[in-house]
Design a protein around this ligand. Structure first.
Ligand code: AMP
Ligand code: GLY
Length: 421
């Protein structure tokens, strides 16, 4: 099988790593890829948000299966174009990708199926949004409706913060993503991420994870794309998992099919859990980054078979082989991230680290220049380890992170603390 993966982050490196372990994979191309991916697969320069260009590239390279990593090409309809061209693809069509691309749409689906989520109202002007906030009080959550690269959610502790967020969104700070705003109830509890594969009809759980979104230790400081993650999430007990499946995930997938926009791909279900009751925070229509790294490390080669089964509508016959293991990933980021950071510093010591089915340094923002690995992004490496228990996975991941010689980088030293305390 010739396979094309779209994307360039740590998520895509881990997808490529898992796919390459499967003997079914004859050739793997990742577009655009990064320095870590280039060490295990071919990389190609391609505008991955241009559906026409992706179809042409896939045809020219005799690609049998395309795996779409990030949300932007999905929201742009790249999967639609590939399907129309008769190319097997993992990832939802544009209409189904609205589960991530529009927060108001997701809320409407929750209403339609009675899925538990935060109470909300949807606004197209600042005056009515402000009036609603005044009536509800703080804390309250203000969300730009569209894709805002993870920056469109403001947890307002005070009324003034909420008003400021509303004014900022309607003033165009988030572009068209903020032309509509969702105001919702602040939920308390513990967050977890639940990953399921869907083939339009059948839902297959493939793992749970928790990430650390704040940049600072103890989960403090500004939000990031994620500074580390681990799998499984202890809060996702059997009862919570069943409740999430029966009350939230399955009704959503059924409603999408009923509307003629079946959901196919991975559904990343963001949950808030309190008193064993899960409520939906959000959906993403792709794997999380860095959650994907821990999931791929646990699934290995079967990840390809499962994604192919989802793409071919065969999930009802598919089965996940679980090992009773744990994985943890520590993100190494450029000093200054998520604010301003320098690009081009040299990373040393990677060659000395083993690459096995239990330990991998996945690359996110790296490039190879004159034989040196350089940091070219905010989040740069995801140092990942797997073990029989979480404490050992954590110890091994930190041992590896310490061995990397990169003075311009930093990492949190407490990834996994919630699960281990
Ligand atoms: P999102 O961009 O939707 O993932 O939101 C970012 C983060 O904001 C989530 O992971 C939660 O930590 C938090 N969040 C979003 N909505 C709510 C809510 N209604 N109540 C509490 N926290 C929330
Ligand atoms: N780590 C969170 C995300 O990928 O959205």
């Amino acid at each position: 099988m010739n396979i094309l993966i779209l994307g360039s982050g740590g998520r895509e490196h881990s997808l490529a790593w898992a796919v390459m372990q499967n003997p079914k994979c004859d050739r793997l191309i990742v577009a655009p890829g990064n320095a870590g991916i280039a060490a295990i697969a071919d990389c190609a320069d391609l505008d991955i948000n241009d559906g026409g260009a992706v179809v042409t590239f896939a045809e020219e390279n005799a690609i049998d299966f395309v795996i779409i990593g990030p949300e932007a090409p999905l929201a742009a309809g790249v999967a639609d174009r590939l399907r129309a061209a008769g190319i097997l693809v993992f990832g939802p069509n544009q209409a189904a990708a609205r589960l991530e691309a529009s927060k108001a749409f997701t809320k409407e689906i929750c209403d339609a199926v009675g899925a538990p989520t935060a109470a909300y109202r949807h606004f197209t002007d600042a005056t009515s949004a402000r009036a609603y906030v005044e009536e509800q009080g703080a804390p309250i959550v203000i969300k730009a409706d569209g894709l805002a690269a993870g920056k469109g959610v403001i947890i307002a502790e005070t009324l003034q913060e909420a008003f400021d967020a509303i004014d900022e969104m309607f003033s165009g700070a988030f572009g068209s993503a903020g032309a509509e705003v969702v105001v919702e109830e602040f939920m308390t509890g513990e967050e977890a991420s639940f990953f399921v594969l869907c083939d339009g009809e059948t839902v297959l759980p493939i793992g749970t994870a928790q990430d650390h979104k704040r940049v600072g230790e103890g989960d403090t400081g500004p939000n990031t794309g994620g500074m580390g993650a681990y799998s499984p999430a202890p809060v996702m007990t059997e009862a919570v998992t069943q409740a999430a499946l029966e009350e939230i995930v399955k009704p959503t997938v059924a409603e999408m099919a009923r509307r003629g926009t079946p959901y196919q791909g991975v559904l990343f279900v963001g949950l808030m859990i309190e008193n064993e009751a899960p409520r939906l925070v959000e959906y993403n229509v792709r794997f999380g980054d860095p959650e994907c790294q821990v999931l791929m490390m646990r699934l290995g080669a079967q990840a390809l078979d499962l994604m192919q089964a989802a793409a071919e509508g065969r999930l009802a016959q598919a089965r996940v082989n679980w090992a009773e293991d744990h994985a943890l990933t520590v993100v190494m980021a450029s000093e200054g991230y998520p604010g301003i950071y320098q690009k081009g510093s040299v990373i040393r010591g990677l060659d000395a680290l083993p690459e096995t089915s239990r330990e991998m340094v996945f690359h996110a923002g790296t490039a190879l220049e004159n034989g040196q690995i350089k940091a070219v992004g905010g989040r740069v490496l995801a140092v990942t380890a797997r073990a029989d228990d979480l404490a050992h996975a954590q110890a091994r991941a930190y041992e590896m992170a310490e061995a990397i010689d990169w003075p311009e980088g930093f990492f949190r030293r407490d990834i996994g603390w919630r699960a281990l305390s």
